[in-house]
Design a protein around this ligand. Structure first.
Ligand SMILES: Nc1ncnc2c1ncn2[C@@H]1O[C@H](COP(=O)(O)OP(=O)(O)OP(=O)(O)O)[C@@H](O)[C@H]1O
Ligand SMILES: [Mg+2]
Length: 461
């Protein structure tokens, strides 16, 4: 069953309706659903799907000729049997074929041309420049290794630089889409879902494990997925990222590990990894801007371009979990898996709490607070922290977020502490205080007193 991706399909259909040729790149990390999206888009169209396996050019052409014959035969004279001596010949044929009608051509795992035939990039460029204006090809290059795809199309010296008309970065499902997807597959309560989401994130492929591994207990499901001997996701992070980073993966890995353990400033990361500050700076910038595995955060009241107060976090829930609990314990997992699992169980609630904070911030962005916030984010200064701050020119809403079940007394003391922290903020205006917890007593009473109060039932609706 195909789920969601309405915006991406809409964009693709829009481009499809343009006259002439277009070059589209769909990229996103492995398992995010690129192939599935493209297949869905191709369903009712005249289209060719080519998977660029790491094989000989001749073998690929043999496979692809069959695809051409199958899809296009009704448009070709009966005596023509497609046969191509090179990738260039194939490409030229497709460009010429589409003079008369629109044709979609997909190359999945496009980056593999680097090993199949690196010179194809420049011959593709030549053919494309020469023929695109007289043909109607929608050329879609799908790529899994974000860094490599960017290099191929954005590297100033690369032949295909500047040829792409549209970029689609495919992201994991957001929390609410993931919840809808999983609920359509299996009966699961919202609390368990938040716990599993903390480990799996919004990757459709990983979410599809839930119906098989979830038997009413999320901790057991995580154990089966990550910690058991044949756990399907135990090696997953390594398999994906090693290919992405290539030869120098160790330094990238140690930085990601440090960040997952809560070392979030360049200084802390340098201290933890033993890498020189200059090196850390370079890697952090690559991991953030080029590979997009890290996100840089600043206190919500600061100007991101000017402030030096930065904190990094791993953008993807799955990688965050994997580095924190699996990679960090690699050796121990071999030697004493039971102990690693016991420690994991003790630390997991706090970890879920951090995910819940991020979900809460996304929730606040969509919520009617009586004003439309211009910025929503975390705030911190000298050891003080506020989980969610939302503000415009006149209004400020502050929230404390707890992944716990709270009594009214707990909530009151949390709100009191929040009131004190409010004084530290460099913002003037009308303040509202709020609590977002898993559950708590007397939600209605708190709202009547003028507090903003939301529990998991509100968040997940
Ligand atoms: N929109 C979707 N609805 C339902 N299931 C999906 C969706 N997208 C992906 N999936 C499922 O997730 C799995 C992984 O998706 P897919 O193979 O398309 O990802 P990919 O990005 O092409 O990954 P890879 O890099 O491994 O090729 C598939 O088995 C598919 O069933
Ligand atoms: Mg794929």
């Amino acid at each position: 069953m195909f789920y969601d991706r309405g915006r991406e399909l809409e964009k693709l259909n829009e481009v499809y309706s343009y006259p002439g040729s277009s070059f589209i790149v769909i990229y996103g990390r492995r398992r995010v659903g690129k192939t599935t999206l493209v297949r869905e888009f191709l369903k009712d169209k005249l289209a060719l799907y080519f998977f660029v396996g790491e094989k000989d050019e001749a073998l690929l052409l043999e496979e692809w000729s069959r695809e051409v014959e199958e899809r296009l035969s009704s448009h070709l004279p009966p005596y023509v049997k497609p046969k191509f001596g090179s990738l260039e010949e194939l490409m030229e044929f497709l460009l010429d074929f589409s003079r008369e009608r629109t044709l979609v051509v997909v190359f999945d795992e496009f980056q593999n041309f680097r090993t199949v035939k690196p010179s194809f990039f420049s011959s593709l460029q030549r053919l494309w420049d020469e023929k695109k204006n007289s043909s109607n090809v929608m050329l879609i290059a799908v790529g899994s290794y974000v860094g490599m795809i960017k290099r191929i199309f954005m590297g100033k010296k690369e032949p295909l630089f500047g040829r792409v008309d549209e970029w689609i970065k495919l992201k994991p499902f957001d929390f609410w889409t993931a919840w809808g997807f999983v609920r359509s597959l299996v009966d699961i309560d919202s609390r368990h879902f938040v716990e599993l989401y903390s480990a799996l994130g919004g990757m459709p492929r990983y979410l599809l494990y839930i119906p098989r591994y979830y038997r009413g207990n999320s901790i057991d499901a995580v154990k089966g997925l990550f910690f058991d001997e044949f756990a399907p996701l135990r090696e997953e992070g390594l398999n994906i990222l090693k290919l992405e980073f290539g030869r120098f993966y160790r330094s990238y890995f140690s930085i990601l590990e440090a960040v997952s353990l809560g070392r979030v400033t360049p200084k802390e990361i340098s201290d933890k990894t033993g890498l020189k500050p200059l090196t850390v700076g370079k890697y952090l910038s690559e991991l953030t801007n080029h590979y997009e595995y890290l996100t840089k955060e600043v206190p919500v009241t600061e100007n991101p371009l000017k402030t030096r107060k930065v904190a990094y976090r791993i953008s993807d829930e799955f990688f965050n979990f994997w580095f924190r609990f699996i990679y960090h314990n690699y050796t121990a997992l071999e030697e004493n898996p039971e102990r690693v699992f016991e420690r994991f169980k003790a630390e997991f609630p706090a970890f879920v709490g951090e995910t819940y904070e991020r979900i809460a911030r996304e929730f606040v962005k969509k919520q009617d607070l009586g004003f439309k916030p211009e910025r929503v984010g975390r705030w911190w200064h000298k050891g003080e922290e506020i989980d969610v701050v939302a503000y415009d020119r006149e209004n400020i809403a502050l929230f404390e977020v707890k992944w716990k079940s709270l009594s009214l007394k707990d909530v009151k003391s949390i709100l009191k502490a929040l009131d004190r922290k409010a004084q530290l903020l460099p913002l003037r205006g009308h303040y509202k205080l709020g609590i977002i917890a898993r559950e708590f007593e007397d939600k209605e009473g708190l709202r009547e007193e003028g507090f903003l109060a939301f529990d998991l039932d509100d968040l997940i609706r």
